[in-house]
Ligand binder design. Sequence first.
Ligand code: NAD
Length: 909
Amino acid sequence: MIGITSYGAYIPRLRLDRMAIFQNMGWFAPAIVMVAQGERSMCNWDEDALTMAVAASRDCLVGRDKAALDGLYLASTTLPFADRQNAGIAATALNLPSSILASDFTASQKAGTNALLVALESVKSGDRGNILVTAADKRETKPGYFYEMWFGDGAASLLVGSEDVIAEYKGSHSVSYDFVPHYRGSEKQYDYMWEERWTRDEGYAKIIPEAVNGLLDKLGLTIADVDRLVYPCFFKAEHKNIARKLEADPEKVMDNMHAECGETGVAHPLLMLARALEEARPGDRIVVAGFGQGCSALYFVVTDAIEKLAPRTGVSGSLANKETTDNYAKWLKFRELIDPEMGIRAEAPTQTAMTTLWRKRDMILGLVGGKCRECETPQFPKMDICVNPDCGAHHSQDDYEFADVPARVKTFTGDLLAVSVDPPHKYGMIQFAGGGRMMADFTDCAFDDLKVGLPMQMVFRKRVADKDRGFVNYFWKAVPVPGAAAEMDKIRYDGRVAVITGAGAGLGRAYALELGARGAQLVVNDLGGARDGSGDGSAAPADEVVREIEDLGGRAVANYDNVATAEGGANIIKCALDTFGRVDIVINNAGILRDKSFLKMEPENWQAVMDVHLNGAYNVTRPAFAVMKENGFGRIVMTTSAAGLYGNFGQTNYSAAKMALVGLMNTLKLEGKKYNIKVNTIAPLAASRLTEDIMPPDIFAKAKPEFVVPMVAYLCSDECTESGAIFNAGMGYFNRAAILTGAGAQIGDAENPPSVEDIEANWNAINAIAGTKELADVNAAFMDLITPAPAEPAKEEAAPALDGPDIQAIFDNLSGTFKADAAAGVDVVFQFSISGKGGGEWHCVIQDQTCTIAKGSHAKPTCTLKMAAADFGDMMTGKLPAMQAYTSGKLIIEGDVLKSQLIEKLFSI
Ligand code: NAD
C-alpha cells in the first residue's frame, strides 16, 4: 500500500488582527474593510519559508525513523535562495542522511500538490522508499491591499511511503494551463495580480471542478464517494460556489482557514489536507486539489493506522499557540516594508565563510553536539576533550542531536543595546535535559515571559541576513514551550502525599481528582457503605476513583478501611506510608447521616455519626500528625457543616460532631504551628447523595462539588499560610466563618461577685454583639475576660494577601495628581496593561483638560504601556525613573511612544 504515512504543520505564533490593517490603511484603501475579519498568520522577523518548512517537517517526523528517508521535496514560491538548494538546507537542519534526493519545487501555487504527486509516484514506482514532502510560503504584498488580508504564512509536511500508511493513495488527475491570475517576475518582490472577477470566474470556478471531475471519472467514482473535499480558494463566495459546481455536500468541504490564518500559498492545500487528516477516521475518503497554472487533484482513503499515529502539534496545536497583535508598524518592520534606523552596531560585517559553514554544517544547521562514549556526558559544541571534569576523555565524542532535547532557562537577559529587530534582544544560557548547555537567542516570546527554569524548545531560525551578498544565516534558537509558563505558575502538589477519606464519591472524589491532576500521590479511602453508614461496604467506589486518577496520568492507591475505628485510621496512614513513603495532606471528609429529632435520637444513631465524623477525624489525623511533625510539613482539612456552625433541625448528632471538629482544629492548629502543620476547616455546600433529598432540584443541579474544590485544594497547598480558620464554600461563593466574642461589660467592682439581678439589669451590654473580636486561643480568651476594658483583637487581622503594590489604589490616586493646566490641547488615551499579581487593564482618557481613569481596555488607545505590577508600583512611587524603566525593558510601550512621554507632564507622580 502506497500513501501518506505521517503529517505535520506549522503556523507562526504571531497573528495580525486584520482590523489593524484596516485601521492603519483604511484611510487609503477603504474597501479592504470587506475582508478585515479574523486574523492572518504572520512570520516573526526571523522566520521564512525555509524555517517554517523545517518546523512542519519536525512535527511530521515525530515517531518516525529519519534514517529511513531517501527523499526531501521542498515546495515554495518564496524560497530564500534562488541558486542554492533550499531543500538541502532543510535536510541538513533535520539531520537527514546525505544519501537522500533533495529537491526544490517552485514557480507555481500548485508546487505543493505537485511535489506530493511526484513523491507518491516515485514511491509507487519503487524508486524510493520514504519521501518527506514539505511546502511553505511567506508571500509579500504591498501594504493596504486585499491580498495582505487574504494571505497568511505557514507550512505543512507529509511523509510518503509504503509502511504504516495512514491515507492510501488511490490516484490523481492533473490539468495544466498557462492561466495567469497573478505572476511574479524573477526580480520582483511582489506578485502582480490580475482582475479578481476574472480569476474567480475563469480560473477557480472552472479549473478546480475540471481536475476533480477528471479524477473521479478516472477512478470510476462520483462526488458521493468523497467524505472530505479539500481545495484552497480565498474568495469566500467562490469557495462555496466550487462545491456547488461539483454538487458536493457543503458539509464535506474543508474550511479554507481564512478566519484563523489566511491562505498560506503553496502550503495551503497540504495544510488543509493535514487538518483533514487530523480530523479523519479510518475509511474516510479525501480529495485534495491544488490550484495554480492548472490543478492537480489526488484521492486518498484513510486507514486504521491513523489511530496509532504519535501525538503531534498539527494544525490545531499550531493554531492554538498564538499571540495576536494589532501592531501594524511591527508587521511592516518584520516584513521589511519599512526600514527604520538600526544604529551603527547593525553595520557590523555579516559575511558568512562558506568554508566554516561547510566544516561546521552539522553543528550550525543541525545543532549536533557531542556525547562522551566514556561517561555519556552530552555537550555543545562537540569538542576533542570531554567537558565533564571527572572524565576529561580525549576524542571520545559521538554525534548528539540537541534539536529535540527539552531544555530549561538557566539565566537570561534582555539587552536593549544589542542590535535587535524586536528589542530587547533576549538571550541566555539554557540547560538541556540529560546534560549540555548553550548560550541561545530566545525568540517568539516577550521579555516578561522569561523566567529561570522555564521549559524551552529549540527552533531553526534566521540569525542574520547578509543583505549586501543576498545570504541568509540560519541557526537554532530557544522558544518557551507553549503553555509552560502558565503551568509553572500553577499551584502543584508534586512530591506530596494526600490522604482523602470518603474519596469514593461526592466531594472527596472531586478533591482527589484535582490534587491528582496537580501531581499529588493519593490514598483514596472509602468504605463504600450506605448513606447512613450501614452495610458491609464495597471496594468499588475507591477503585473507580483510583482508575479515574490513573487515566489522567496521576498516581493513587485505593483503601477501604473504616475511619470510625482507631485500627482503620492507623491502616489508612500505613497504606500511605507503605505505598508512597510519607503523608503530607489529610482531608477528613468521610461522612454519613442519621437524621432524627432529638427525642428520637437513640444512642446508636448518636454514636454512629460521632464515630464517623468526630472519631474518624481523630483516628486518621493522629497517626498522620506524627509523620507530619517528623517531616516538618502538614496540611489538614476538617469538614464541618452549616448544620454544626449554625444548627439544623433533626441533626443534633451531626451538628454536635461537626462542631466538635472545629474544636479539634482550634487546638491542633496550636500544636502543629511549630512544625508547619496548618489545620483549617471547610463548611461545604455541594450536590451529593447526602444532599439529594435536602436541596431544591435547581440548586442541586448547580451546586457541583467542583465549586468547593479550589478552596480545599488551596488549604492543602504549600502556598497556604492560613491555620485555624473555617471557610464556607459552595457554588463559587467563599467566605470565612468565625467564632467571635462580644465586647461585654465589667459588672460591679471585680472584688465582689455581681448578683443575678445585676446580670438581668445589664443584659443588653452583656449580650451586645457590636465590637466583637476574634480570639486566637484560650489564653487570649482568658486575657479578654480579666481585662475590663475592651481588649484589642487578640488575633491580628491578617494583612491583605498582597505581595506587591496595590495597583487599583495607584489608579484610584492617579486622577488626584492630574494637572489640568498641563493638558491644554492634549487629546490622548493611555492604556495600561499591568501583568502579575493585582494587575489587569486600566485606561486613562485625557480630553478637554479632564482626566477619566477606568478599569478595562480602551478600543483606541494612543499608546499602551506594559509593565509588571512590581515595576509599575516602583515607577509610580518614584523608585524607578520612567526612562530607566523603558531602557531596561521593564516598561514596554506600544503605539505612539512620543505621546507616552506626556504622562510625566500631565500627572505629578
Ligand atoms: P458523599 O456521601 O457523597 O461522600 C461521603 C463518602 O464517605 C462516601 O463515599 C462514603 O462511602 C464515605 N464514608 C462514609 N463512612 C465512611 C467510613 N466510616 N469510612 C470511610 N469512608 C466512609 O457525601 P459528600 O456530600 O461528598 O460529603 C463529604 C463530607 O462533606 C461529609 O463529611 C459531609 O458531612 C460534609 N458536608 C457535605 C455537605 C454537602 O453539601 N454535600 C455539606 C456540609 C458538609
